[in-house]
Design a protein. Structure first.
Length: 508
């Protein structure tokens, strides 16, 4: 965006204690660049990205070579030095935009009248926010220019418009507190409503050169392309709102609290529909990684312990020095896995993901059987292995095709465990590891601990993976503390923790 920024040195510190970064379109002293880079690395590590001293040194070399001339080239160069997987890119991009912003302050195009840079601009913005009249000339002018920028796919113009839109509609609390530091992307997009420009942009594109494809096909392709451009503009508005808040509250604070976590750190119970869809896309890459780890563990375990007698016998040829240790070779058998999954309510996403993950790793186990329940237990192994298994519709298929509910639709762990122990205990043997997935919220019913004792007494190991944080176990209708006295219960709130538990707990 075209802006007149602050001087080359770092901007004034906000209440969060962190100075706003200097603009990238002016030379910056080496100390400021070093502070930006170390702040970026520290924020990335706070989000779980493994960027150590070696990566930081590489990033410093990239920054020294590329400089600040081309911001997008710098973004790509630092990403190559700091990131290890494509799944970390969204967190990196949002954090990069905070520590290496396009600029600071208010876009020049958003300032009008003789009071450029005057705080009264914020008061006028607040007054405009208070109006909800759809005939607002400022709103209509922005929408008209945004439609033209979307039709031309002019990203520079879209970035400028994102800054203007946030300045015009994003401020909240301005009327009640002159020093308010609130900027809302949600409020801005709600007023601007870019999604409603689809027909206008499509009409503008239709007026261009006639496409070679049939009209109905070209319209569908154009509509999808326009939706993508609108989604990109929404992301620009979010970046601009975060940048403005960071200038006042402190970059470190906003980088910690306002950047969405990577997919492997999303809390299962807090994930929305789009986030669950993103998690499902990570199933197979995560399964390959975990399968590699389990295979490596199995290879190491096959060596066994040192055979002292054979090692001493070999050492006779080297004067008693045991240069060639001998090991007792062993052939570890692949374990059997039984999943017992609660698919009710908010834990359904957690159970859904875990079932798909274990199924994708099935080659690492000699046998995998999956059972689901709400208040009745049914085997669903065939639903997972069937050719029509759709991850997005898995929970719906289970609820409609398997008898997992009785006369009510509430969770009843005691009844489900009892039915499993009475009718499906033949699935559990001395080589079987049982994974129970659920939050153990039993709606104040009998937890049926004897049934869990029967399962634990027959299995090799029983582990309970609970998506709730341990501080909530035993509160309200939770029977987690009672079940934890019978089997090992582990908190499993995201995919990173799930992967750690699977590789650590499952036998080899």
């Amino acid at each position: 965006m075209t802006e007149r920024r602050a001087p080359a040195a770092a901007g004034p510190a906000g209440p969060g204690g962190s100075a706003a970064p200097a603009p990238l379109d002016a030379p910056a002293p080496p100390a400021d660049l070093a502070a930006r880079l170390t702040g970026l690395v520290r924020a990335l590590r706070g989000h779980g990205l493994r960027a150590g001293p070696a990566e930081t040194v590489d990033a410093a070399a990239v920054l020294d070579v590329l400089g600040l001339t081309d911001r997008e080239q710098l973004r790509a160069g630092l990403a190559a030095a700091l990131l290890r997987s494509e799944g970390q890119r969204a967190v990196y991009d949002a954090t990069f935009d905070l520590y290496f912003p396009l600029g600071v302050g208010t876009p020049e195009a958003a300032r009008s009248g003789p009071s450029q840079g005057d705080p009264a601009d914020d008061a006028r913005a607040g007054a405009r926010n208070a109006r909800s009249d759809l005939t607002d000339p400022v709103r209509e002018d922005l929408r008209e220019r945004l439609a033209a920028a979307l039709a031309a796919d002019d990203r520079a113009a879209q970035a400028r418009l994102a800054g203007e839109a946030v300045a015009a509609f994003g401020r909240y609390g301005a009327g009640s507190a002159p020093g308010s530091d609130g900027w809302s992307a949600h409020q801005t997009l709600g007023r601007l409503a870019p999604e409603t420009l689809l027909a206008r942009v499509l009409a503008a594109l239709r007026a261009g050169p006639a496409p070679d494809t049939p009209s109905d096909v070209s319209d569908r392709v154009l509509a999808d392309e326009i939706r993508r451009r609108i989604q990109d503009f929404r992301a620009m508005v979010g970046t601009e709102a975060r940048r403005r808040v960071a200038e006042v509250r402190g970059t470190e604070r906003i980088a910690e609290r306002a950047v969405a976590p990577s997919a492997d750190r999303i809390d299962f119970l807090a994930a929305g529909r789009d986030q669950l869809a993103e998690l499902r896309r990570t199933v197979h890459p995560l399964a390959r990684k975990l399968a590699t780890r389990l295979a490596a563990r199995r290879r190491r375990a096959a060596r066994g312990q040192i055979d002292l007698r054979r090692t001493l016998r070999r050492s006779l040829s080297t004067g008693g020095v045991p240069l060639r240790p001998a090991h007792r070779r062993r052939r570890p058998a692949r374990p059997e896995i039984v999943l017992l999954c609660d698919i009710s309510g908010s834990v359904a996403g957690f159970a859904d993901f875990t079932m798909l993950l274990v199924r994708a790793m099935s080659e690492q186990f000699s046998k995998v059987r999956v059972f689901a329940f709400v208040n009745r237990t049914a085997e669903i192994t065939e639903l997972l292995t069937g050719s029509g298994a759709d991850p997005a519709a898995l929970a719906r298929r289970i609820l409609t095709e398997a008898k997992v509910m009785g006369h009510h639709g509430n969770s009843d762990y005691g009844s489900a465990l009892g039915e499993f122990a009475d009718h499906h205990l033949d699935a559990v043997g001395p080589r079987t590891s049982v994974l129970i997935l659920g939050d153990a919220r039993n709606n104040h019913r009998d937890p049926n601990l004897p049934a869990l004792h029967r399962i634990a007494g027959r299995a090799r190991r029983v582990y309970w993976l609970n998506p709730e944080q341990p501080s909530l176990w035993g509160e309200g209708d939770s029977a987690a503390t009672a079940y934890a006295e019978v089997v090992e219960m582990h908190s499993c709130r995201n995919t990173r923790r799930l992967g750690e538990l699977i590789t650590r707990l499952l036998p080899i």
